[in-house]
Design a protein around this ligand. Structure first.
Ligand code: CA
Length: 226
């Protein structure tokens, strides 16, 4: 279980998030404007904050700036934005948001981002299963099945698949994959990503009826259903 603060003035969005997270067994507080959010965030400890960009009183960018400079503790923040606000996204990420999600989004997309951030922050005992199409990854037992059939993955293949499952529907560049699954200092000229994508595709797709890992020419790879 984790503690969440949702700062969002659109009641239908905040209640949709609250309901979804509570169904996952989490505790959720909601604030409807940036000032209220900041005040609540100052007086409670949260594992993660979901913050809308456009808010009354104090907007998401200003919230991030004040939160990081005054409170400063390492709480991950996911910023919610509208389509076409890429300048704001950059600003948000620069002022202290850890990730963003463009509205409208599916709850499972939000959950994937949350899980990935919480895991990154090593909050421990946050066990989870990733599910995508007919793939299930149990991160506790480190087992992966597709259509109920167990897949034998090496540890790198597992990490690569886990990274895709944590970012479904998102185009991941070769560099992003390299830096996340391998490490920041890896030689960017290597073709190791292509090689491992091929290994992974063989194990995840051969003998099954649909492709899941798609190449986006010139951009990278995306996990999606056809
Ligand atoms: Ca709003």
């Amino acid at each position: 279980m984790a503690n969440f603060l949702v700062i969002e003035d659109e009641v239908n969005v905040s209640s949709f998030i609250k309901r979804g997270l509570e169904e996952e067994g989490h505790k959720v507080d909601v604030a409807f404007d940036g000032a209220m959010g900041l005040s609540i965030a100052c007086h409670n400890e949260y594992d993660l904050i979901i913050l809308d960009l456009i808010l009354p009183q104090i907007n998401g960018i200003e919230f991030c700036r004040r939160f990081r400079t005054t409170i400063g503790y390492a709480v991950p923040i996911i910023m919610l934005t509208a389509l076409g606000s890429s300048d704001d996204i950059v600003k948000g990420l620069n002022t202290g948001a850890d990730d963003y999600l463009v509205k409208p989004f599916k709850f499972k997309e939000l959950l994937a981002r949350i899980n990935s951030l919480l895991r990154r922050k090593n909050l421990g005992n946050f066990t989870e299963k990733y599910k995508f199409a007919d793939i299930v990854m149990d991160t506790e037992t480190r087992t992966v099945t597709r259509s109920g059939q167990k897949l034998q993955l090496t540890s790198k293949e597992y990490r690569l698949l886990e990274f895709f499952l944590a970012n479904p529907g998102r185009v991941l560049s070769r560099t992003t994959i390299l830096e996340s699954v391998w490490d920041k200092n890896v030689d960017l000229n290597t073709n190791i990503v292509e090689v491992y994508i091929n290994y992974l595709r063989k194990k995840v797709e051969t003998g099954f009826n649909s492709k899941l890992i798609h190449t986006v020419i010139g951009m990278g790879y995306v996990l999606k259903e056809e």
